[in-house]
Write a protein that binds this ligand. Structure first.
Ligand SMILES: [Fe+2]
Length: 576
């Protein structure tokens, strides 16, 4: 049985395909059409998923989407309920978006993409509510038989937060926070206020936070207030989305969101920062206060969820689950003991959630997949790579030589492109589409920014570490295979790996095991054998664009930037 899941007409459009409950493929549309966070319909990603399975659209049994697909509505009125109209209009919109599903449109679109007649498609079509898709994505592929679940984001289908109990092949929703109250909206609004206007810029503010002091914490406790039973409310004076509406638009490419914060933000903090303007202590302190408040509210919800379920295993999803700083503190601030965060925790992951909500939740099949990595995207054979390399002078290595050579290059201070196996699903490069450098060299941050990444200098770079060595370097040891947890680096180790140690002594680590990524594990082991350090700096393989997908894109990025050497499969190309 084949089930196709789609996230469409929304940022981070994506597709996922499962066969008899086994994950066959999942990928974001941006990797194919090369628009960051691409919205719209994920035609390329769907085609890729079907190709990976070797099937045509007529062989699909079920197709689902993680919200209502009526694009003309979503394009313009994401937040467009009015305060005056409140309940009545709100319910109408909710109905149109949620229940009165335009399943027919999805079928039309799919037939159009494949250039086939609609009659050929025999699949049953489904709409899965946004947060139920998030919850399914972090439970049905988790290692847990029973778990507490939390989905937390901006908004999806007019819900911002939903918590639940997962057991076997069922998910029971226990509570939710509805429009217009949302932690994600507060984070996005404040990110805009701080002069970072792009979709997905929230991570920059998270990176800025440790440079500041949370001296505005009381202001943020007023902006977002906690209530009984895990609930919270916004002080709506600070926001526009509920009153005037905020547009979310996109043409072919990246989504853009209108201003969410109201003039009250300026009364509280002074004028908003203009993008590109010098950062001051005010911005750093606002970021620190926002981050602290997000954590307080997050733990408030999670502690309630633990009380309700009595469980210590937690599945986490939703855009706010990309806040790896908060995630890294969950086990310290709540009774939870184990944590599964689906690698595509944000909206692209709802495509995967849709598949499993249909297969397990709706059709009640036994669970058949535990997602240990994120390697669900396109891969290329050595022959295909060689073909892409023909215009270059290249060398070919055996498996054993390959990782040894690359480890030597890294230890020698070179900037190494590392392109192997299947592309990652979700925002993090996890050793298959990565740029890897020596974490012992403090200057590598500047080298990477200068030559390739051009990121704001305050943003940290992340370490990959051999899983069994985590305790030697970090104060916490729970595995973090998808790079979505930030832990404190042990004080005595910080000097040893300065390029991956953030200003507050933390690191957003990826723990690497042989079972999950054999070749990357071997690379880090070889680096360890040379240097005595089982850690490399891992940043995504891209310039200012989506992560590279194909060998040609990798070669182009290698050429455009001043990377020193590129390892593609078993081949290597060096800068002349
Ligand atoms: Fe979401």
């Amino acid at each position: 049985m084949y089930v196709l899941g789609i996230n469409a007409y929304h940022g981070d459009a994506a597709a996922a395909l499962i066969r008899d409950g086994k994950l066959i493929a999942a990928a974001e549309e941006e990797r194919f059409n090369r628009f960051k966070h691409s919205a719209g319909f994920p035609a390329h990603a769907i085609k890729y998923c079907l190709e990976a399975a070797g099937i045509g659209p007529e062989e699909l049994d079920h197709v689902g989407i993680s919200r209502d697909p009526s694009a003309h509505l979503h394009k313009k009125i994401l937040f467009a309920a009015t305060r005056v109209a409140s309940e009545g209009i709100f319910n109408q919109i909710k109905d149109r978006l949620g229940n009165a599903a335009k399943v027919r449109d999805l079928k039309d679109e799919l037939a159009r993409v494949f250039g086939v007649s609609k009659k050929l498609l025999r699949a049953r079509f489904h709409n899965v509510e946004h947060h139920r898709a998030h919850l399914a994505s972090c439970f049905y592929v988790s290692p847990f038989e029973r778990a507490a679940l939390l989905s937390i984001d901006g908004f999806g289908d007019f819900i911002s937060t939903m918590w639940a109990l997962g057991e076997g092949n069922a998910i029971e929703v226990l509570g939710q926070v509805e429009y217009p109250h949302s932690t994600g909206i507060v984070y996005t609004a404040t990110t805009q206020f701080l002069g970072f206007p792009h979709y997905g810029d929230e991570g920059k503010v998270m990176g800025l936070a440790p440079y500041g002091q949370p001296r505005f914490i009381n202001e943020f406790r007023d902006i977002i207030r906690t209530e009984e039973n895990g609930h919270f409310r916004l002080n709506l004076n600070y926001f526009r989305h509920h009153a005037e509406g905020v547009e979310m638009t996109w043409d072919e490419g990246s989504p853009a969101i209108g201003r969410i914060f109201s003039d009250e933000y300026a009364h509280l903090f002074g004028p908003p920062r203009t993008p590109g303007e010098q950062l001051s202590d005010r911005e750093r302190d606002i970021a620190a206060s926002l981050q602290l408040r997000l954590e307080e509210v997050g733990f408030h919800v999670l502690n309630h969820l633990h009380e309700k379920t009595g469980l210590t295993d937690l599945g986490l999803a939703g855009g706010v689950a990309y806040n790896s700083v908060m995630n890294g503190k969950i086990l310290l601030n709540t009774p939870f003991k184990r944590l599964f965060i689906q690698p595509a925790a944000g909206d692209s992951g709802t495509a995967l959630g849709v598949c499993y909500q249909i297969y397990n939740g709706l059709l009640k099949h036994e669970r058949a997949e535990v997602m240990t990595g994120a390697y669900t995207g396109p891969e290329f054979t050595n022959a295909e790579i060689e073909n892409a390399l023909l215009e270059n002078k290249f060398e070919r290595y055996s498996d054993e030589e390959l990782t040894k050579r690359a480890a030597q290059d890294i230890a020698a201070g070179l900037v190494v492109g590392w392109f192997q196996g299947r592309m990652e699903f979700g925002p993090r490069a996890l050793g298959n589409r990565s740029i890897v450098v020596d974490p012992r060299r403090a200057e590598m941050k500047d080298v990477l920014n200068d030559r390739i990444k051009k990121r704001e200098p305050f943003r940290p770079f992340a370490p990959s570490i051999l899983e069994e060595r985590v305790g030697d370097y970090f104060e916490q040891t729970h595995p973090a295979p998808t790079m979505l947890m930030v832990y404190q680096i042990r004080e005595e180790r910080r000097q040893e790996i300065p390029a991956v140690t953030h200003v507050d002594g933390s690191g957003r680590l990826q723990t690497v095991s042989r079972e999950v990524n054999d070749r990357y594990y071997q690379l880090i082991s070889d680096f360890d054998a040379l240097t005595g350090v089982p850690v490399v700096l891992n940043t995504s393989f891209n310039e200012n664009e989506p992560i590279v997908c194909t060998p040609r894109e990798a070669i182009e990025c290698f050429r455009k930037t001043r990377m020193d050497v590129l390892y593609l499969g078993n081949y290597a190309v060096r800068r002349e």
